[in-house]
Design a protein around this ligand. Structure first.
Ligand code: SAM
Ligand code: SF4
Length: 317
């Protein structure tokens, strides 16, 4: 369906949990999340009802996210059932990768066709610092498992953080020379509480092009990413710039949080609850949420923080 500005909404991001085995500094607090009551979270049945309601309104692409979706016990069942919903053409998943060694193949068999893996650095100490507890070797084992499992596409997402990983842009980009992956650099978003980063951490994505003078513009549908390619590479480099060059004009998505709140815009506080509704009522609420989608997310900067009022692990990115 179309929103109030004529944009066709075809993509739902479904967050299946707020919990995570890591604690990335830009995403969630060190102490984790204050666990909500089990009864306040969407059940698997409600998630599938919501996917069916969304499909009835023209949603064709689903991205399963979190928190960390792979810490959710029933993740395979959710993916398998969501992939079987008529009208859903693609089920994709975004993960930190730590559990992909066990789950990559079962996810592929459950119908997940594409996987995005978050990896901000190739330095083990820096990885432990940014995730506050993760081990680089686990994420790299996850990447290898994803490549072996036969997904249609594997992408690596790196949040670009000035003073942290801008010196690693060539090394991260070089993954596209070694593996059939796209590497996408995402501008750090100033979430309300997420991270104590100084203004210099908020680098524009153009820093990637300055660090990769040999990169050439590439053809293809990068979605929200501008695509480039290194000579002879197996995959593309993507630049995702929500801050320096927002892409709200082409936004095709809505979000659903694990506690059942539809978010028409990532950076707005507006939320529409679908918890406890029937599928038909969910579809009505979704229609209302889509029609309430703002034209753009408004100014965002180090000074003007996101108005989302939630950390990223509660929204799903
Ligand atoms: N746990 C999974 C993961 O890390 O891929 C899925 C959820 S995570 C919230 C989804 C994406 O949001 C990740 O790629 C993460 O790097 C990104 N993200 C989280 N906080 C962010 C921020 N403040 N700015 C930019 N990207 C952020
Ligand atoms: Fe967890 Fe993903 Fe957030 Fe990192 S970015 S804390 S892995 S939800």
């Amino acid at each position: 369906m179309r929103d109030g500005f004529g944009r066709e909404i075809t993509y739902l991001r479904l967050s299946v949990t707020e919990l995570c085995d890591l604690r990335c500094r830009y995403c969630m607090p060190e102490e984790g999340v204050c666990k909500k009551r089990h009864g306040d979270m969407l059940t698997e049945e409600e998630m599938i009802d919501a996917v069916e309601a969304a499909a009835s309104l023209g949603i064709a692409k689903l991205r399963v996210t979190g928190g960390e979706p792979l810490v959710k016990k029933n993740i395979l069942s959710i993916c398998r059932r969501a992939a079987a919903v008529p009208g859903i053409r693609e089920v994709c998943l975004t993960t930190n990768g730590t559990r992909l060694p066990e789950l990559a193949k079962p996810l592929r068999e459950a119908g997940v066709c594409r996987v995005n893996l978050s990896l901000d650095t190739l330095n083990a100490e820096k990885y432990a610092w940014i995730t506050r507890r993760g081990r680089l070797e686990d994420a790299l084992a996850g990447l290898r498992a994803a490549l072996d499992a036969g997904f249609e596409k594997v992408k690596v997402n790196a949040v670009l953080i000035g003073g942290f990983n801008d010196g690693e842009i060539p090394a991260l980009a070089e993954l596209t020379g070694k593996f059939p992956v796209d590497v996408r650099f995402i501008e750090l978003m100033p979430m309300a509480a997420g991270g104590d980063f100084p203004p210099s951490a908020y680098l524009g994505a153009d820093a990637v092009l300055r660090a990769l003078p040999e990169a050439e513009p590439a053809a293809g549908d990068g979605g929200v990413a501008r695509l480039y390619r290194l000579p002879g590479a197996l995959g593309n480099i993507g630049l995702i710039s929500p801050i320096s060059a927002h892409f709200c004009g082409g936004c095709d998505r809505i979000r659903l949080t694990a506690d059942g709140k539809l978010k028409p815009c990532l950076h707005s506080a507006a939320e529409y609850s679908i918890k406890g509704l029937t599928r038909e009522e969910m579809a009505e609420r979704m229609r209302a949420a889509v029609l309430a989608k703002p034209q753009w997310h408004g100014e965002l900067s180090f000074e003007v923080r996101s108005r989302a009022r939630r950390d990223m692990n509660e929204i799903g990115g």
